[in-house]
Every structure is written in structure tokens, then in C-alpha cells.
Design a protein around this ligand. Structure first.
Ligand code: FES
Length: 146
């Protein structure tokens, strides 16, 4: 089988993903889907003193999506919500030492679900209006390649 060049970090997070699971009654919940492959990502957060206190994810995604979500949960934990909102899709991919080009779009799910969970919390506490929590438009609309 052709080797498409997954980094060691991607493989490590794929084999041993962090923060898998569900938080009952989370402060924030985000769900995003990839319209092309139908992959789905959910992120649950609890918030303490304006920081991400606990975070878990669940995904029906590919191996890259699993590695990305594992990494994004590690990156977000302990950060203020404003800081966590600044974590971009590219930051996650960079932190994993890159993803194969045809898998770059998989990194979208992690950051987008994180942002959706934070916005969900902000709507609950009245910081933003529900219409401001609309999902982010995909920057690139390419397919999953599978
Ligand atoms: Fe669809 Fe990775 S998220 S193939």
C-alpha cells in the first residue's frame, strides 16, 4: 500500500487519542460535519473562570480527524475561551507536524467543532446572539478524497 506520509505525531494521536468521550451536561457543545464524506465531530467543554476546564470529543471521522481532535483538545485545555477561539485549523495541522495534502481538510473538523462549542457557551451566557453562533464557512470546499 502506498505510504502517504503521516507524521509520527499523527500516528501517535491516532493510536492513542486523548480526551475521547462525552461530557454529560457540558457548558458548551459543538457539532460539525463534513458535507462531502459525512464525517461528524462533536466537542464538549466545561468552563471555569473563562477557561476551558474539561474537554472531550467524539467523532465519526477518519484517522486524521481522530488525530486532529485529540490534538485540538490538548491545545484548548486550560486556555481562555478567547485564546481557544484563536486556534486555527492550520495551527492544529502544524502542531501535528502536518497532514498529507489530501487530508488537510480533516483538520477543519477539530477547530470548527471547538469554536462551535465555545460559541454555544457564549450564547448560553448571553455574550453573543444565537445568529452569531452560525457555523464557520468552510474555507476550502474540496472533497475528502475517499
Ligand atoms: Fe472526512 Fe477525514 S474528515 S476523510
Amino acid at each position: 500500500m502506498a505510504q502517504i506520509g503521516y507524521s509520527k505525531k499523527v500516528m501517535e494521536h491516532f493510536m492513542n487519542p486523548r480526551n475521547v468521550g462525552v461530557i454529560e451536561n457540558p457548558d458548551g457543545y459543538g457539532q460539525v460535519g463534513n458535507p462531502v464524506c459525512g464525517d461528524l465531530m462533536e466537542i464538549f467543554i466545561t468552563v471555569k473562570e473563562d477557561r476551558v476546564d474539561d474537554i472531550k470529543f467524539r467523532t465519526f471521522g477518519c484517522g486524521s480527524a481522530i488525530a486532529v481532535s485529540s490534538m485540538v483538545t490538548e491545545m484548548a485545555r486550560g486556555r481562555t475561551l478567547d485564546e481557544a477561539m484563536l486556534i486555527t485549523r492550520k495551527d492544529v495541522a502544524d502542531e501535528l507536524d502536518g497532514l498529507p495534502p489530501q487530508k488537510m481538510h480533516c483538520s477543519n473538523l477539530g477547530a470548527d467543532a471547538l469554536h462551535a462549542a465555545i460559541k454555544n457557551y457564549w450564547v448560553k451566557i448571553g455574550k453573543i446572539k444565537p445568529e452569531e453562533a452560525a457555523p464557520e464557512e468552510g474555507e476550502e470546499g474540496e472533497s475528502c478524497g475517499r
